[in-house]
Structures are given as structure tokens and as C-alpha cells.
Design a protein around this ligand. Structure first.
Ligand code: ADP
Length: 907
């Protein structure tokens, strides 16, 4: 038999172990390195704080009383975690972005950082959690009593005398001490508690191990395996008739809500979360944990019912079954399991609640009290810590008082469910807050208040069975005997399970008034902004609110404020970091809107959004939220969609235009090809007869005796005309060949002065017959890469033009070639009429004949061909601007460095 002393000693040793783990966890976290503390497994295990002693002991009790009903408590959370993508992921993201410290903080922050809403949620959370803490005290106390009582041979699990209050008091005091030491250990009032989380994870393992050990023992040592267990008489508990009734559905729903809305669950799942990958693993690992926790509930219940005497307390089967067969080690393990379940719940719940109380009740009061208000400097952190510590003490004291008051109710599960319905009131403002932009603070407040009052009236107060506010008579017959107002049959809803009844009325009223209030009352600008930031958290970049709130404050004031909450060192680090981010050297950053918003968020991580905002508002001047901007982001989605539709429409139009252009282009290409074909065809057709005309006229010219002077003149005209026609046709053909890229090129290095001199010689005849004087200075020699015939053709063209179009009385043409930089330039100038300014820009276009009309005989292709040839040779042909009479054309072609043939030998 285990003696009371042994139990206390082992419990103390276990608590000492928790201390060590928590201490190591804190130290690890302070090194700043990513370590096992942040592992998703530790995170998942800490979520199992859901499995309190109520689950540890009570699930077996519930199974013994109502069969499979206990499974609902595991089913709800499993559904929520498997579907983490929808709700939990968004909550965690919002928690990170807005540095949320508690569920009260989240709700208050969402609804315009409202202090009154934060206070309301905190009060409901405290009142709702108190019974739950009492439940843990009760479980541990009962378990100790059961073990101690067994010394006197009482195996029913029912205490004989009543030292319970004393034991419970000391347990509560011990838990308060542990929580104060680790929950408010550091002077940094931060939202995360790594040490505690580590200790909770260890406790999670212990309770799982203990329950599985007892289960295996029952199934394989006390019975012959599962088949044997389930064939016992007691297995008839499974045949409960009304299994999937309203209560079943209500319980599944409630437990699903509780895994999100219970302050301690919100604390471990959202506040203590350090990354979304943790949640990803928890989404399957936590349901697995729950499954293991529930695996042996039925076998232990059946085993207890069939082994222990009638009237034994089924809530203690986990303990009394191994006790009945004197398995001391197993009893001790089971006790530690229950102890772990209870302590982890109490520790996390009181941390969560004390954070809420200090941030949302104490802080706002301090901000309004003269000797602590913001005008005074000094560290508020110490005050905050003290307030947190006192809150923890008060919370546990409240739990203890409840324990004393409600001592009559024996079923653990009933108390737990009262708390579940209480916190379920947070669901409407929570869900509405993150999915419905229009939800307002007024709606949330009205709904919450109504839901809370109805919960108190229909479930919480009646649970005292007449000892608190409502008398037994009122509970039975309604206030003043008005039957319609009976707490457990409100408005004539008779015959329902009290839990379903309370859930129905409180939540319906809550939801209805929340929606109604939101629609009736206009949201304030800050509510609207926060609504958008929360609902669109995956779309709006983190810390975007500074785009919408305009404030100004001096960096010094901000620093004084920051160091009061973060401590001088941390505040300086924050300021320096931001200054560096702004590209500044000093300690203080520019107090921009972005910085003020950043600081506010950082402070919110310590004291909650509402208090952080209140503090900043006291020193920041001219706070405005630009409504225009706000509307812009509120309508962002709509705008984006509209915009993308427009873009789509435009791109369809563009595609159509492109298609049309393509078609037009094809048509043009075809026409162009047809035109080219036509031209070459015509030229060939005209050239053939021209050749014979020319040949015959030559014969006629040579046949002297036929020649009268008249005939001679005509013949010479025929000859000239045919020459001209041939030249024109040649030009057309040449141009056409070049256009089609079929002209042949004989490129090699040559001295440019050679084709130049040849061209001048060729034109001398034409010059003297036209009476024009050609001045040709000795040209420079320069090596170029060119086709000599083509280069010569260009010079002849230009020179011919200069003679041909020169109408001056004493025509003169100057031509010369010289090296200029890396080019060889040939200038041809004349003293003719020049080219009119209006024609100059187009003079190189095909068939452009400028001022000259048919008299000069050309068809306007010479310059176009010449320009094209020069381009192919890598050079240029330009008409040089000149003011005076005459024309100056410049042919320019890049020179090559002449390589002497014996260069290699010289080196
Ligand atoms: P064309 O066969 O008509 O000479 P070009 O392309 O060689 O064709 O010249 C186009 C037009 O440029 C000519 O018709 C003439 O009006 C003008 N032009 C060219 N060179 C001169 C010049 N040196 N002096 C005056 N006009 C010129």
C-alpha cells in the first residue's frame, strides 16, 4: 500500500523535475537558437493540455455512465485540427502578424482595439474557467483521498471524512507558486513562455504513458485481451440507446469550439506558436495523441465496472482498478498521470488568464491613474509582473472557492462542460471577426453579453443547486413562480438536456444579436481597418496599417514609452534596428508612420493591442485614419477583380487587333511580291525590243549613203532615247535585285582613290559635252573594303547628277577624296540650282525626282540605288546641308588599316 507520505514525496520529486525542464526550456529559448523547444512535437504535446484530469479520470467515468458519449470530447478537436487549413492557420497567422497575447486580445484588437470588449472577454474567461480549475483541484484531491483511504480498506473510491478542503487548498497554493515562478519568471513581459511549454510537453507524455499503462494492464493482465473485455457484462454500457442524439451532436460541437476558444487552448495553439509548420504537424499528430488517449477508456471502464464493488466512483477507476490488485507502481503512475493533467491545465489556464487580467484590466486602470500614468517615466514592467502574479493567485483562489461552493456535484464531466458552454460564447465574435469584415464591436459586445447572461442563468448558476444567487426554488419553478422563465426550461423549452438547452439559448441569442448589432451599428474607421487586416490577413502584407493611420510623435517620447514596457536595453535594440533599416546611423529612427505602427505592434505583444494603442495615442498627435485609403483597401478585392476583368477584356481586344494586323501584313507582303514580279517582268519585256532598236539605229548610223542630214538627226535621237531607256531599265532591274537581296557583291580590300579616279574619267566626256568644268584634286589613297564597280557606280551617279542638273551659266563640279578620321570621304559639289529644302528629306526615296522634271531624263532611282549600295558597303551617302547655291553630296566609307604583306617578317 502507498502511504500518504510516499505520494507527497514522489509528487514533490516530480514537480522538481518539472522545474528543471521548465528552467532548461527557458534557458534554451534565451540563447535565441532554434532548438527542441520550437519543435513541432513539443508544440503538439503542449496542445494536449486539452486533456485535463477531467479527460484523464472523467472520460472513464463518462464511459461507465453513458457509453460512447465520451468520444465526442475527442471527436470535436480532431475535426478542427484535421481541418486546420481553414480556421487554425488563419488564427495563427493573425496571432503572429498582430502579436496577439490572448483570445481577449484577439477579439479586442479585431474590433478596433476596444478596451471594453477586452474587459468583457476577460471577465467571461475568468468566470468560465474558474469551475474548470476547481475541477482540477477536485480531481487531484479526490485521487489523493482515494489512495489514502484505501489504507483503511475502503475500495469504493468515496472519501470517508473530509480533509478535502485542506488538501485542495495546498494543491492550489502549490500550483500558484509554480505558475508564478515559471509563468512570470522573466522581467520581459512577453507573450511566449518556452519553459512552461517544455514542462507541459513532458506532462503530456506522462499522462499518455500512465493511461496507456493502466489500459494495457487491464486488457492483458486482468483480462485475456480485448475480446475478453468486450464480452463482459459491463460492456452493455456500449448499447446506450440514445447515442447519436442532440446531446451527442452538441458535445461534439462544443469540444470542437473549446479547442479554439478555451483561453488555455488559445494560449498554447496560437500565442505560443512559433511557426506555421508546427501547426502542420499538429494537424495529424494531435488527433493521433487524442486517439491514443481514448484507446483504453472503454476497457478501463468495463474492467472497473466488472471488478469493483457496486457504487464505486467510476471517475476514479483509473486509480482504483490497479489499487484493487495492489499494483503500487501502476497506482503511482496513474496518480502522476492525473496530477500532470491537472497541473498542466491549471498552469496554462492561469498564465492565459493572468495575461488577460494584467493587460486588459490592470493596464487600462494604470493608464488612467495619475501616479502610474504615462506622463510619468519609470518601468511599468515590474508593476505588470506583480499584477500578473497577483492575478494568478486570485484565479487559483477563485477556483478553490468554487471548489468549496460546488462540492456537491460528483461528476467531473458536468463541471467541465459548463466551462465549455461558457467559452463557446467567444465563437461568434471570433469567427465573425476573421471572416466577416462588417462585424462590429457593438455587435460583438451585445452578442457576448447576452450569451454570457443566458449561460449564467441557464447553466452556471443552476450548477450550484441553489447555493449561489438562484435559489433551489427558483431553479425548480422559475423566478416569482413564472414557469416560462425556469432556468432549465426557458421559454417553454422543456424536456431538453440542460446542457443542450443552455447551449441552444445562449449561442442563438449571441449569434443573432451579434449579426443584428453589426448590421445596425456602423463600424468606426479603426474597426473597419482592423476588420480588413484580419479578414484579409493572407493578402495584406504584415504591418500594413501604417499606410492608413497618420500619426506623429517625437522619437524621444516614443523611446521613453518603449523602455517603460520593453526595458531600456530591448527598446534601444528595437530603435537601433529600425534606424538601421532606415539607413540611419544613430540610435533613433525617423518617427515615421511605419515606425510608430511597428512599435505599437511590438508593445501589443507585451501589453495587448488595446493598451498599446492607448499608450501610443497619449503621445502621438494628430491621429487620423484616412477614410479614402481605408475604403480603398476595403474594396481591394472588388477592385482587383474588376481590374483583372478589364485586363482580360483588353487582352482579348489586343489579340483581335494583332490577328487583323497579321492578316494585313500578309496581304501587303503578297502585294509587294506581286509588284516586284510585275516590275521585273515589264523591264524584261521592254528591254528586248529596246536592244533591237538600238542595234538597228546603230546600223543605220553607220550606213552613210542613206543619210540625209534629216535622217541623221532622227537616227541619233533614236539612239539617244534607246540609250536612256536602257539605262532606266537597268536601274529598275538593279534596284529590284537589291531589294530582293539577289545582287552580287565582289567585296575586297582596295584603294578607294582608284574607283574614284576611274569614275571621274568616265564622266569627263559627259562633262565636256555639257560644257561643265570638272575640278578633280589629287585624291588621298585609303584602303576600304568594297566592291570597286559598285563604288564607282555610286560616284558616277552623283557626278552625273551634278553635271546633269546643273543649270548654271558656267557649270562647275568639284570632286575630291580624302581621309577623315577612320573614314574615306568623297565630296561632290556643284554650282547648280541646289535641291529645294522641301524635297531634301525625301531625296533618297525611290522615284523621287525633286525639282527636275522629265527634261533631265531620270526617273528618280539613282540616289535610292546609291544610298542602298553605300549601306551594303557599310558606308553612307548624305546630302550635306549648305546655305549657298549648289549641292554637296558626301560619300563616306570606313577605312581599313592596310596590312603590309611582309608585316610578319618585320616584327
Ligand atoms: P534622276 O535619275 O532623276 O537623276 P536621282 O535619284 O539621281 O534621279 O536624283 C533625284 C533628283 O534629285 C533629281 O531628279 C534632281 O531633281 C535632284 N538632284 C540630284 N542631284 C542633284 C544636283 N547635284 N543638283 C540639283 N538637283 C539634283
Amino acid at each position: 500500500m502507498l502511504s500518504a507520505n510516499l505520494i507527497f514525496t514522489i509528487s514533490l520529486a516530480y514537480v522538481a523535475l518539472l522545474f528543471v525542464v521548465a528552467f532548461l526550456g527557458d534557458r534554451q529559448a534565451r540563447t535565441g537558437k532554434v532548438s527542441w523547444i520550437q519543435s513541432p512535437i513539443v508544440y503538439t504535446l503542449s496542445i494536449s493540455v486539452y486533456c485535463t484530469s477531467w479527460t484523464f479520470y472523467g472520460a472513464v467515468g463518462s464511459a461507465a455512465r453513458s457509453g460512447l458519449e465520451f468520444a465526442t470530447i475527442y471527436l470535436g478537436p480532431t475535426l478542427v485540427f484535421v481541418g486546420w487549413w481553414f480556421l487554425l492557420r488563419k488564427l495563427v497567422r493573425i496571432g503572429h502578424v498582430h502579436r496577439i497575447t490572448s483570445i481577449a486580445d484577439l477579439i479586442s484588437s479585431r474590433y478596433g482595439k476596444s478596451t471594453s470588449l477586452a474587459v468583457l472577454v476577460t471577465l467571461i474567461a475568468v468566470i468560465g474557467t474558474t469551475p474548470y480549475i476547481a475541477l482540477q483541484l477536485k480531481a487531484v484531491t479526490t485521487s489523493i483521498q482515494v489512495i489514502v483511504a484505501s489504507d483503511s480498506g475502503n475500495l469504493t473510491g468515496l472519501p470517508e471524512n473530509d480533509p478535502a478542503s485542506e488538501i485542495a487548498f495546498w494543491i492550489a497554493a502549490g500550483m500558484a507558486l509554480f505558475t508564478i515562478i515559471f509563468g512570470t519568471r522573466t522581467i520581459d513581459a512577453n507573450e511566449r513562455h518556452h519553459g512552461v511549454v517544455a514542462a507541459i510537453a513532458l506532462e503530456a507524455l506522462v499522462k499518455l504513458f500512465a493511461l496507456v499503462a493502466v489500459g494495457l494492464f487491464v486488457v492483458f493482465a486482468l483480462a485475456d485481451g480485448p475480446a475478453d473485455i468486450f464480452s463482459r457484462d459491463a460492456a452493455k454500457i456500449l448499447q446506450s440507446e440514445d447515442m447519436f442524439d442532440a446531446r451527442w451532436i452538441a458535445l461534439t460541437f462544443l469540444s470542437g469550439v473549446a479547442i479554439v476558444c478555451l483561453p488555455r487552448q488559445f494560449q498554447v495553439t496560437v500565442v505560443e506558436n512559433t511557426g506555421e509548420e508546427q501547426l502542420r504537424m499538429a494537424s495529424w499528430l494531435f488527433p493521433l495523441y487524442l486517439m491514443l488517449m481514448s484507446l483504453f477508456v472503454l476497457p478501463i471502464a468495463i474492467g472497473g465496472l466488472s471488478m469493483l464493488p457496486d457504487g464505486s466512483n467510476p471517475d476514479m477507476f483509473v486509480l482504483t482498478v490497479p489499487m484493487a490488485v495492489d499494483q503500487d507502481l501502476l497506482v503511482m503512475l496513474a496518480f502522476l498521470g492525473g496530477f500532470s493533467s491537472a497541473t498542466s491545465m491549471v498552469i496554462v489556464a492561469s498564465i492565459a488568464l493572468s495575461t488577460m487580467i494584467s493587460n486588459h484590466i490592470v493596464m487600462p486602470v494604470m493608464l488612467r491613474t495619475p501616479w502610474t500614468s504615462i506622463e510619468r517615466s519609470g518601468d511599468v514592467r515590474r508593476l505588470l509582473l506583480i499584477s500578473r502574479r497577483i492575478s494568478i493567485g486570485v484565479i487559483l483562489l477563485l477556483g478553490y472557492v468554487y471548489f468549496r461552493l460546488s462540492g456537491k456535484s460528483d461528476a467531473l464531466a458536468a463541471i467541465g462542460l459548463i466551462a465549455f458552454v461558457g467559452v463557446a460564447q467567444f465563437l461568434p465574435p471570433l469567427l465573425g471577426g476573421i471572416y466577416w469584415k462588417r462585424a462590429t464591436a457593438s455587435g460583438a459586445k451585445i452578442g457576448l453579453t447576452a450569451g454570457f447572461l443566458l449561460w449564467s442563468y441557464t447553466l452556471f448558476l443552476p450548477s450550484f443547486e441553489g447555493d449561489l444567487l438562484l435559489s433551489a426554488n427558483t431553479i425548480e419553478h422559475g423566478p416569482w413562480g413564472v414557469e416560462l422563465l425556469r432556468p432549465q426550461a426557458l421559454f417553454g423549452l422543456v424536456g431538453q438536456d440542460p446542457l443542450v438547452h443552455a447551449l441552444f439559448w445562449s449561442l442563438s441569442a449571441n449569434v443573432a444579436l451579434f449579426i443584428l448589432g453589426s448590421l445596425v451599428f456602423e463600424p468606426k474607421p479603426l474597426e473597419r481597418l482592423q476588420g480588413t487586416l484580419f479578414v484579409d490577413v493572407f493578402r495584406t502584407p504584415a504591418g500594413d496599417e501604417h499606410r492608413f493611420i497618420r500619426r506623429s510623435a517625437s522619437a524621444e517620447d516614443l523611446f521613453i514609452l518603449a523602455q517603460r514596457i520593453l526595458g531600456a536595453e530591448e527598446a534601444l535594440r528595437l530603435f537601433r534596428e529600425f534606424a538601421a533599416g532606415q539607413g540611419l546611423d544613430g540610435d533613433f529612427p525617423q518617427p515615421t508612420d511605419a515606425f510608430i505602427a511597428h512599435l505599437e505592434r511590438r508593445l501589443a505583444g507585451s501589453i495587448g493591442a488595446a493598451s498599446a494603442r492607448a499608450m501610443i495615442s497619449q503621445i502621438a498627435a494628430g491621429e487620423t485614419i484616412s477614410l479614402d485609403e481605408l475604403m480603398k483597401i476595403a474594396d481591394e478585392t472588388a477592385q482587383l477583380m474588376e481590374y483583372s476583368q478589364e485586363v482580360e477584356k483588353k487582352s482579348v481586344q489586343l489579340e483581335a487587333t494583332a490577328r487583323e494586323l497579321r492578316r494585313a501584313n500578309q496581304r501587303l507582303t503578297l502585294l509587294d511580291a506581286q509588284k516586284d514580279d510585275f516590275l521585273s517582268q515589264v523591264s524584261h519585256e521592254v528591254r528586248t525590243p529596246m536592244t533591237s532598236i538600238r542595234s538597228f539605229s546603230e546600223i543605220l548610223l553607220e550606213t552613210r549613203d542613206l543619210a540625209s542630214p534629216q535622217a541623221q538627226r532622227f537616227l541619233s535621237i533614236i539612239h539617244e532615247e534607246s540609250l536612256r531607256l536602257t539605262r532606266l531599265l537597268d536601274e529598275i532591274l538593279d534596284m529590284n535585285l537589291m531589294d530582293r537581296g539577289e545582287a552580287s557583291w565582289n567585296l575586297h580590300e582596295l584603294d578607294a582613290s582608284v574607283p574614284l579616279s576611274r569614275a571621274v574619267e568616265t564622266c569627263r566626256g559627259l562633262g565636256s559635252s555639257a560644257g561643265a568644268e570638272i575640278h578633280f584634286e589629287d585624291p588621298d589613297s585609303g584602303i576600304v573594303m568594297a566592291d570597286p564597280d559598285r563604288l564607282q557606280q555610286v560616284v558616277i551617279n552623283i557626278l552625273t547628277n551634278a553635271i546633269k542638273h546643273n543649270t548654271s551659266g558656267k557649270p562647275e563640279v568639284r570632286i575630291g577624296g580624302r581621309l577623315s578620321g577612320s573614314n574615306y570621304e568623297i565630296d561632290v559639289s556643284d554650282n547648280g540650282p541646289g535641291i529645294p529644302l522641301t524635297v531634301r528629306p525625301f531625296i533618297f526615296e525611290k522615284f523621287q525626282r525633286g525639282a527636275a522634271q522629265s527634261s533631265s531624263g531620270g526617273i528618280g532611282l539613282g540616289l535610292a540605288i546609291s544610298k542602298e549600295i553605300m549601306a551594303r558597303l557599310g558606308g553612307t551617302l548624305t546630302l550635306v546641308d549648305n546655305d549657298g547655291p549648289g549641292t554637296l553630296f558626301r560619300i563616306s566609307i570606313p577605312t581599313r588599316i592596310a596590312i603590309p604583306t611582309n608585316a610578319g617578317e618585320n616584327i
